[in-house]
Each structure stands twice: as C-alpha cells, then as structure tokens.
Design a protein around this ligand. Structure first.
Ligand code: PHE
Length: 340
C-alpha cells in the first residue's frame, strides 16, 4: 500500500511541477528530480526485486505507468515551451518592414566610357580586337614611324606636350598602329581606345581627350573595306538611315587620306548652327595605311595593304547626347553625370 500511495503522490507532484515549469530550465530541473538517477521513482524500480512476487507485479506496473506518464508530460511541455521561446524571440527581434530604407547612392559608368564601350562593341561584332598602348610615348612611335619625320610640318598641327627631349604625351592613338603591327603579323583587325593630349582648350577642345583608333591589315584590303566598315559603324551608332560621305583629306600616315562626315544628327541634314548650315558633321579621319608606315613595322608593302581610322570619343558622345560643351565631361558635376 505504502508503495502504491507514494507512487500516486509522486505522479501528481511530478505532473503539476511539469505543468508549472515556466521555462526549459525549470523543466529540465523537474526531469532530473522525477526521472533522474537519484529520483524516488528510480529508487522504487531498483528495489522492486526485494518485494514479494504478487506485490512486485502491481507496484512494478504502476511504477512503469508513472514513468511513462511523467516522460510524456515532459515531452509535450518541452514542445510547448520551445515554441513559446521561439515566438518570444521572433517578437523581440521583430522589425518594421514599412520603415523607409537607407538610400544607397550608386555610381554609374561615365558617359564617355559608355560611348567608348558602345563603339568597341560595334567593332568587336565585326571581328576587331582591342589593344592599347602607352600614353607617354616617344617621338618615334607618335611621329617618325607614322611618316612624320622631324622636319615634317604636320607635327605642328598636333600641339604636342613634350616631356624632355624625346618623350611626349601621345597626340593620337595612332601610336598603337605601330606597336600592334610591330608585335604581330597580318591579318589583323585592331581597335585601340585611349587618352590623348594636345595643347588646346575651348568649348570643343580639351587638353586631354579620348580617341579610338582602328586598323585592318591583310592581303588585298581596299578602300572599299574601309567604307563598308565605317558605314556599318555609323548606322549602328547613329541610326540605320544616317548618311555618310567621304572627303579627301591629308594625314601623313595614310594615302589616300579621307575624312568621314555623317549627316547632321541635330537637323537631319537640313542645315543648322551645329553643322554650320552644311548639313554634315565631320567625325573621323581615315585612309589607306601609307606604304612607308607598313615598311617601318617590317611588313611587305607589296603584299599587304590596310586601312586605318581615328575618331574622337567626346565628339561622338556630344553628338549622340546633344552636349554642346566638352568641359562638362570633365567637371564631374553629378547633376550632369546622373543624366546618363
Ligand atoms: N590620328 C589622326 C588624328 O588624330 C586620325 C587618323 C587616324 C587619321 C588614322 C587617319 C588614320 O587626327
């Protein structure tokens, strides 16, 4: 009787302690107290063997029932407390999704780089690859090898910044023609974007500006190839119906030399202030690479011919975006830059 009563009492006490456990810590304490190695329940189970057989069966069954009930109660209370704890954390960590966020101001690609990238993509699609060359150049690569010997009057056209006696800031990207051709053999189709420098400054000239040089050399390259490549370029960048024309011009490193005009993008060829009523805008210089230049780089000028062209990136960007002052590109006023 003694055993039965105390087991019943134990069960009632354990179940109420479990129900009253306020958190997982208290619940664990209850588990240790009622089911732990030193608990009275385990004590009873250990001592079963000392009881008489008929009593042993009754007490043993009851002790096991109590153990099962207490375990089940622990388990379900644990589930409940864990859920409550999770709920509480979620509540205390909660944040207001409707609060305004912090604005992160993102930078963007400079309009000149956007234009250069666009031009590069167009020529890439025609099979040109990109190369570059040094901005600090020697007279040989900037002038001499381009058929402009020291006495040549064309050197004066370029308003060069000199650095000492033989070094200078390159006045055009044509130096890459020499460097690329010297290091490689035809066939080659190369595009070279980069910075160039001239002593010149007004609303359409900046002492530092950007050019893209292009050239192609192989057997039997003709002026027809030049016209077709450049016409495709103009259609891609200024629109399918945009007309172009070639005018004879002079650059010492090409023969024949030409300048290419596009139909004025401001007035569609009607004549306006920008095109000075001519309906045309000059956008690049070009021509067939002079045999002397080919010989300078060690190419057989009887076997190979090539064309070259050079354009100002600022000029293209100004025409595309109708910008009238070149200095806007370099003042880094975000109100200007944000518009691209
Ligand atoms: N280098 C010339 C310039 O800067 C442009 C040009 C390049 C002309 C290639 C012809 C051929 O004005």
């Amino acid at each position: 009787m003694n055993h039965i009563e105390s087991l019943e009492g134990l069960r009632a006490e354990a179940l109420s302690a479990i129900a009253g456990a306020a958190d997982l810590k208290q619940l664990e304490a209850a588990r240790v107290k009622y089911l732990g190695r030193k608990s009275s329940l385990l004590q009873v189970l250990r001592e079963l063997g000392q009881l008489e057989p008929d009593k042993r069966a009754v007490v043993g069954k009851l002790a096991n029932d109590v153990k099962r009930d207490v375990s089940e109660a622990l388990e379900s209370r644990e589930g409940g407390l864990a859920a409550a704890a999770r709920e509480a954390t979620l509540k205390s960590d909660a944040f207001d999704l409707t609060l305004p966020g912090e604005t992160v101001r993102t930078g963007r690609v400079h309009p000149l780089n956007q234009t250069a990238e666009e031009i590069v993509q167009i020529f890439r699609s025609m099979g040109f690859e990109v190369a570059d060359g040094p901005e600090i150049e020697d007279e040989y690569h900037n002038f001499e090898a381009l058929n402009m010997p020291a006495f040549h009057p064309a050197r004066d056209m370029q308003d060069t910044f000199f650095i000492g006696s033989n070094l200078l800031l390159r006045t055009h990207t044509s130096n890459v023609q020499i460097r690329a051709m010297k290091s490689r053999k035809p066939p080659l189709a190369v595009l070279a974007p980069g910075k160039v420098y001239r002593r010149d400054s007004d609303i359409t000239h900046s002492p530092m500006f950007h050019q893209i040089e292009g050239f192609m050399v192989d057997e039997r390259i003709t002026f027809g190839h030049l016209k077709s490549v450049l016409s495709s370029f103009v259609r891609a960048i200024f629109g399918k119906t945009r007309k172009v024309r070639f005018r004879p011009s002079y650059f010492p490193f090409v023969e024949p030399g030409a300048e290419m005009d596009v139909e004025c993008v401001m007035c569609d060829g009607q004549g306006c202030r920008v095109c000075k009523s001519s309906g045309w805008l000059e956008i690049l210089g070009a021509g067939m690479i002079h045999p002397k230049v080919l010989e300078h780089v060690g190419y057989d000028s009887e076997k190979y011919t090539g064309f070259a062209f050079g354009m100002g990136i600022e000029r293209i960007a100004m025409l595309r975006h109708r910008i009238s002052d070149i200095r806007l590109f370099f003042e880094n006023d975000v109100r200007f830059l944000e518009q691209f």
